[in-house]
Design a protein around this ligand. Structure first.
Ligand code: IMP
Ligand code: MG
Length: 184
């Protein structure tokens, strides 16, 4: 039995399905930004890392990548508190640039609302959002999504960047946690 299997209820999105969708998103982004140029992908750490690495390889237009690490104060495994802080900021200025946020999942939307407000205040030329997963039923604040991998139900998932108590980000698929294994 593999270490993650005791937490596994089911595989929600298998590796092939994920990779096919990431490729489609990369191609869509390539065509949308072909004329614009100067694209900067902003990966939200740590969850967005797998998605970023695969997505960037399917974007044919020249682009740069940067990283922004954020966390919520006092968050449990299951919910955001709404109070978000920057743990590690971008390496460069973004004023006048075309920004595309690359995120793993939007749940309540609190994290992304904070990130978008911070980036908007730096006066980019444009700001768009690409998220692999979206849980629409959990939303408490409005977030415009420009590129979406998959809408999912209100289940706690792990793998492909998403963690279960910081582990299992390395799995190549998206898995659902057994409900009895979620600690609040
Ligand atoms: P939000 O601020 O409530 O939208 O939460 C977004 C963040 O919570 C994401 O960037 C993830 O780090 C984390 N998160 C939300 N749902 C899940 C999940 O099902 N599995 C793992 N992490 C999650
Ligand atoms: Mg997380």
């Amino acid at each position: 039995m593999k270490p993650y299997e005791k937490y596994l209820q089911e595989i929600l999105i298998d590796e092939t399905t994920l990779q096919n969708r990431v490729k489609q998103l990369g191609e869509q982004i390539s065509s949308d930004y072909a004329e614009r140029g100067d694209l900067l992908l902003i990966c939200i750490l740590k969850g967005g890392i797998m998605f970023l690495v695969d997505l960037t390889r399917h974007i044919s237009t020249p682009h740069e990548i940067d990283f922004l690490a954020v966390s919520s104060y006092g968050r449990g495994a299951r919910s955001s508190t709404g109070s978000v802080r920057i743990d590690m900021d971008l390496s460069r200025q973004v004023e006048g640039r075309h920004l595309l946020i690359v995120e793993d999942i939007i749940d309540s939307g609190q994290t992304l609302r904070f990130v978008m407000d911070v980036l908007e205040a730096r006066r980019p030329a444009s700001l768009r959002l690409c998220t692999l997963l979206n849980k629409p039923s959990r939303r408490t604040v409005q977030i415009p999504i420009d590129y979406l991998g998959f809408d999912i139900e209100d289940k706690f998932v792990f793998g492909y960047g998403l963690d279960l108590d910081e582990k299992f980000r390395n799995l190549p698929f998206i898995a659902v946690v057994k409900p009895e294994m979620i600690y609040e």
